[in-house]
Design a protein around this ligand. Structure first.
Ligand SMILES: Cc1cc2nc3c(=O)[nH]c(=O)nc-3n(C[C@H](O)[C@H](O)[C@H](O)COP(=O)(O)O)c2cc1C
Length: 220
């Protein structure tokens, strides 16, 4: 490998590369890597994470570095910033208590979700700030968002620090111990995607609606 990561003797530009710009991650500055990632990996589901500090303060914030990663047991991951400039109350609470909720972000609550991304002081309650109703969980000690069509009760199962040692992110993995889902969305355990109206996040302030759907039959 040469210093910029090209394979020695490798082809620097192939016909398939014409009309494309290449970014070498090691040469990117500031937030460029973040901007490229969040502009390309879209739409990202949004985990609206409810947590409670050891002192008992409720906290609520959106995380789009978020996904489902395993079905049995049902498991999710989300990734709050770490380090001095990026410290998140959610990460502090979840790492201290081991419990949190994931509240599914749909069209009806998108604006309230966005409001809860405001940088409030650690003791300030985003439920009150955004005008949403805290609802107690049934198996863990963390608040759910009463207005959401679906809420997941989770227990922290693994944590991992990723990225720069002076910053980076926490990868917080949680086992979903209970699901609460509006009855009118459900046909058994099938969730009606048209009715759910989940919202996805793109780059910056841009979101998408997920109810323009199409099906592809899986090959045999
Ligand atoms: C839609 C959306 C998605 C976000 N995703 C993330 C994320 O994945 N990781 C992160 O660290 N911050 C993310 N943020 C920013 C946090 O929500 C924001 O910093 C918030 O104030 C953190 O709150 P907390 O300190 O109470 O946890 C996101 C913001 C928005 C609006």
């Amino acid at each position: 490998m040469s210093e910029n990561g090209e394979r020695k003797g490798g082809v620097s530009e192939q016909s398939g590369d014409v009309g494309k710009k290449k970014f070498v991650s090691a040469e990117l500055e500031g937030a460029d890597g973040y901007k490229l990632l969040t502009g390309l990996i879209v739409p990202r589901p949004i985990g609206w994470i409810g947590s409670r500090s050891p002192a008992g303060n409720n906290n609520l914030a959106p995380y789009s570095f978020f996904n489902a990663i395993s079905g049995d047991p049902p498991t999710i991951v989300f990734s709050p910033g770490a380090g001095a400039g990026n410290r998140r109350d959610t990460a502090d609470n979840v790492r201290a208590t081991g419990e949190f909720t994931v509240n599914i972000v749909t069209d009806e609550v998108a604006e309230a979700m966005n409001a809860t991304s405001a940088s409030l002081e650690p003791g300030e309650d985003e439920f009150a700030y955004a005008g949403v109703t805290p609802l107690e969980s049934t198996m863990i000690n963390a608040p759910r968002v009463g207005e959401c069509k679906a809420q997941l009760e989770c227990r922290l199962s693994n944590e991992l620090h990723v990225g720069r040692s002076d910053g980076g992110n926490w990868l917080l993995v949680g086992e979903v111990v209970a699901f609460h889902i509006d009855l009118d969305l459900l046909d058994g355990t099938r969730v009606d995607q048209q009715k759910l109206k989940a919202v996805g996040r793109h780059a910056g302030n841009t979101y998408s609606r997920t109810w323009e759907l199409f099906d592809l039959a899986r090959p045999a």
